[in-house]
Design a protein around this ligand. Structure first.
Ligand code: GLA
Length: 585
């Protein structure tokens, strides 16, 4: 599939191959698989091929874009990545998501693709002397440039490395929306509650409640964990009474349960709650968080000019990467821009932040979260979500007592359909069975965590009846039929709303009632008696066999070995597992 000729370029190894392997192994490769939906605009190869794409770039077309050029020998190693027209055509044709952090393997033979999302893999072409000057052709028209590269490149390299060896975000985390818990929505700034005991007990409850088993992992401290002063060396310290051992032992405990830990700071000189902010201390603070074993950093934006946020949040993304510890980077910048009527470039935000807060702070009532949903639509934020980069409509309030069970179910359904981070904001040490059932509904969580990472949107609205839809892996669709009104309602789901042909057949599963997926959807289906403020949430799976069966998905995995050049650590050998999934039909 991937051939890796001898690597002959001397880039100067800085570490031993063992050390390099160890580092890479710490970052597992995650696979997502899906069948391919052809859309036209590209002629598949004949005979079919395995196409490897990175950031819209294709390895078997006539166009190549990654290359090493001798001028960079002084800098040890470098690469230039450009998109090609052909690459974009293929990407479009197969409907595959790509971004800088995703590698897509398209198998034309089995009509499936696999995306590998936590490592950097690059195919590069070495333009050797006497052709080295051809690198300048990237200024020329694409067809000419691409023709030259493909004709004259001498060696092809497979390059794989940890994301954080690259500049910018590329930290390999939050490939699906982060799931966890945070102190703020329930405990606010209550210093009689925010202490190490709360963290120990909550981490334990995360496991015993069954939340960890369905994917919740981050235990996040929000504001008000801090002492009012930095220590003599200028380092942040936790409140010494409430956190007598500091933060590191808490992280050790959290990690010992297989969970991860997060923390809160602010880009201004004070946090919103009036504790020491990070301004002027970014390097030292992010290093401190890495040393304490933090896996997630929420950077708030109180007491800081919005005009300077672009520069500062950018700088922080680089400082976080430079710590060498992958930490989810949560940015509050857009919230502050929004309340100050300033526009933010969300494409750019997506490049530097794993998630970004939007709109006003959430409250535990129906109008608050439905208002945020409306704003998500009104301001068209869905296109900016992708694996590793998520709109953050704020944390959950489920279980905080202000809403009915139906309202909390609706809240959870809609947060999942919009690929929101699922950060519980209740006291998970004391939850009713109802609340546990909502927070641990694995079918709905699977929608939230779907590997395509496409944020769902409102596809239909009439009065207080709404249908929200989201495309899922394998051609499936999630749909939420939402009755915002005060009376029971009937909502009709149609192929128009789903944007599928009226002949397409799907098997429907009700994700709250947990019905077996036996009911067939074709054309339209009517759902009556949806209670006030309640939803019906469905997963529609395409029927692929001629008799209406969903045939089993097969998975073929192979161990492979590759010669790797890491951006910073030099050449070494990597053994890795590669899988292709496909359906028989
Ligand atoms: C802001 C944020 C909240 C919370 C508080 C803490 O209001 O939006 O999520 O972090 O600060 O003070």
């Amino acid at each position: 599939m991937i051939s890796t000729p001898e690597v002959s370029l001397d880039i100067g190894a800085i570490q031993s191959a063992d050390a390099a392997n160890q580092q890479l192994n710490a970052v597992a490769l995650t696979d997502a698989t899906a069948s391919i939906t052809a859309r036209g605009g590209y002629k598949p190869s004949n005979p079919p091929k395995m196409i490897i794409m990175f950031d819209g770039v294709c390895n078997v077309c006539d166009t190549f874009v990654h290359f090493v050029y001798p001028r960079d020998v002084n800098k040890k190693f470098s690469f230039q990545a450009l998109q090609t027209t052909k690459g974009r055509e293929i990407q479009n044709y197969y409907g595959v998501p790509t971004d800088l952090s995703t590698v897509i393997l398209i198998d034309e033979e089995t009509a499936t693709y696999t995306s590998k999302s936590t490592a950097v893999l690059r195919i590069m072409y070495h333009l050797q002397s006497p052709y080295s000057y051809l690198y300048q052709f990237h200024y020329l028209p694409a067809f000419f440039r691409d023709f030259c590269y493909s004709t004259f490149a001498r060696y092809r390299y497979l390059l794989m490395g940890k994301k954080d060896t690259l500049k910018g975000l590329n930290n390999g985390v939050a490939i699906t929306p982060p799931m966890g818990w945070n102190t703020w929505n329930h405990f606010g700034c209550d210093t009689s509650e925010i202490n190490s005991q709360l963290i120990y007990e909550t981490a334990t409850a995360m496991v015993t409640s069954g939340m960890a088993a369905v994917g919740y992992e981050y235990i996040n401290l929000d504001d008000c964990w801090l002492a009012k002063e930095r220590d003599a060396d200028g380092r942040l310290q936790a409140d010494p009474i409430r956190f007598p051992q500091g933060i590191a032992p808490l992280a050790d405990y959290v990690h010992s349960l297989g969970l991860k830990m997060g923390i809160y700071e602010d880009v201004g000189n004070l946090t919103c709650g009036g504790y020491p902010g990070s301004e002027n201390y970014f390097e030292i603070d992010m290093k401190t968080f890495a040393e304490w074993g933090m896996d997630y950093v929420k950077m708030d934006g109180c007491y800081f000019p919005v005009d300077d946020m672009e520069e500062t949040y950018t700088q922080l993304s680089e400082i976080l990467n430079a710590t060498g510890r992958p930490m989810v980077y949560s940015c509050s910048w857009p919230t502050y821009a929004f309340v100050n009527n300033q526009t933010v470039n969300f494409t750019y935000i997506g490049e530097i932040c794993n998630l970004w807060r939007e709109f006003d702070d959430i409250r535990d009532n129906f109008d608050s979260w439905t208002g945020i949903l409306d704003q998500m639509m009104q301001y068209n934020r869905a296109p900016y979500a992708s694996p590793g980069h998520w709109n953050d409509p704020d944390m959950l309030e489920i279980g905080n007592g202000g809403q009915t069970t139906a309202e909390y179910q609706s809240f959870f359904s809609l947060w999942s359909i919009i690929a929101a981070p699922l950060i519980a904001g209740n006291d998970i040490r004391n939850m009713s069975a109802d609340i546990i059932n909502i927070l641990t509904n694995a079918d709905i969580i699977a929608v939230d965590q779907d590997a395509l990472g496409i944020q769902g949107q409102r596809a239909y609205q009439s009065g207080t009846s709404e249908v929200w839809t989201r495309p899922l892996v394998g051609g499936a669709i999630a749909a939420v039929l939402f009755n915002r009104g005060e009376q029971p309602a009937t909502i009709e789901l149609t192929s128009d709303i789903l944007q599928v042909s009226s002949n397409s057949q799907f098997l429907m599963r009700d994700l709250w009632q947990k019905t077996a997926p036996t009911q067939v959807f074709q054309g339209s289906s009517s759902f009556s008696n949806i209670d006030a403020h309640a939803v019906i949430m469905l997963k529609l799976s395409p029927i692929t066999g001629s008799f209406g069966f969903i045939l089993p998905q097969l998975r073929l995995c192979m161990f492979k070995s590759a010669t790797i050049i890491d951006h910073s650590i030099g050449p070494f050998t990597l053994n890795y597992l590669t899988c292709v999934s496909y359906r028989t039909s």
